[in-house]
Design a protein around this ligand. Structure first.
Ligand code: TXA
Ligand code: MG
Length: 319
């Protein structure tokens, strides 16, 4: 049986990493499934546990900027600026990789994504092990990311011997992934908004639609609850009627400014508080999929974290 521990489990988690094993640990974004990033076999075990395609690289977590620089072949000025502004925090920087970074981490790319998390237990684990920790989100591939330890347990069970429980994640969706190998550009929206990044490094480069490397993970099925999810501009009486007719137990998720109230309507925070949506979104999807056969979500504006929230919902809707 897997074990769940609080901060008292950090030393044992570090020992498991040192001998090539896997641990689930909290970060401020989502829970991670960690392994020693310098141990090729250990990293391969992450892919096996998640059912993750081998060409989808994983983010390497480090304790400080010096450790990041040792994993990078080059450390551009934009990397330094963004690291100083947002680390520790929900930002991953894609840089040229140093030769010691195994292929399993990078999915064969010549770049590596790095981040210093700010969750205290994550930092304790990084300090206690002294290792760079490769960690994707601790969900089964394709599922909504885990923002509570029980989500990770439900998906991975006894494929992982030890789960560190840090309570609900602060941010609730993943880090923003920024490529700094050229003009900085966002490969994946996340916990730091585009505006915050532009305030530090100026206008960002665009990502051409046809540009393949991007964040390779973006092409796979993602964030999908077990029941169909639909995004609509507004949930109104016509939408209620339509889905109540088509499904036997639909549920409608709306921002609180939508005044519809019914047993099958779940009111979230107002759409002007996208960070509250981010915080709750994955947990709400995992709860609602247990009791409903369709989830209909009213869109929120793509402002600030709203952009990342809508990107996740769009992917969840496509299944
Ligand atoms: O907040 C997060 O980023 C969480 C926590 C655990 O740190 N981790 C996370 O990992 O979301 P994962 O594996 O679920 O998503 C990593 C994303 C994928 O879309 C992957 O393709 C991309 O980052 N990525 C990783 N390394 C990359 C690289 N070298 N170049 C481009 N994209 C990369
Ligand atoms: Mg993930």
């Amino acid at each position: 049986m897997p074990r769940v521990a609080g901060a008292e489990g950090v030393a044992e988690a570090a020992a498991i990493l040192e001998r090539g094993g896997l641990v689930v640990f909290p970060t401020e974004t989502v829970y991670g499934l960690g392994a020693n990033a310098l141990d090729d076999d250990a990293v391969r075990a992450i892919f096996a546990a998640k059912g993750r395609p081998a060409d989808n690289p994983v983010i390497v977590h480090i304790a400080n900027i010096a450790q990041a620089r040792r994993l990078a072949a080059r450390w551009p000025e934009a990397a330094q600026k963004l690291a100083q502004a947002f680390w520790p925090g929900p930002l991953s920087l894609v840089v040229q990789r140093a030769p010691q970074v195994p292929d399993s981490v990078t999915g064969g790319l010549d770049t590596v994504a790095l981040r210093i998390p700010r969750q205290p237990m994550a930092l304790q684990l990084l300090e206690a092990s002294g290792l760079p920790i490769a960690a994707p989100s601790a969900n089964a591939s394709g599922r909504p990311s885990p923002t509570r330890v029980e989500h990770a347990l439900a998906d991975l069970g006894d494929r992982v011997p030890l789960y560190l429980d840090g309570g609900p994640c602060d941010v609730g969706l993943e880090s923003t992934v920024v490529d700094v190998t050229g003009t900085p550009r966002i490969l994946r929206q996340g916990g730091i908004s585009r505006g915050e990044i532009e305030a530090v490094v100026g206008p960002l480069g665009e990502v051409p639609r046809s540009d393949r490397p991007l964040a390779p993970g973006m092409k796979y099925r993602h964030y999908a609850p077990r029941v169909p999810l639909f995004v609509v501009a507004v949930v109104d009486d016509a939408v209620l009627r339509r889905f109540r007719g088509a499904s036997s137990k639909p549920v409608f998720v709306v921002p609180s400014e939508n005044s519809l109230r019914a047993p099958d309507v779940v009111a979230m925070a107002p759409s002007t508080k996208p960070e509250a949506w981010a915080h709750d979104l994955f947990a709400v999807l995992r709860r609602l999929e247990l009791e409903h056969d369709a989830i209909i979500v009213q869109a929120i504006p793509e402002k600030g974290l709203g952009a990342a929230v809508m990107e996740r919902l769009g992917k969840a809707a496509r299944g």
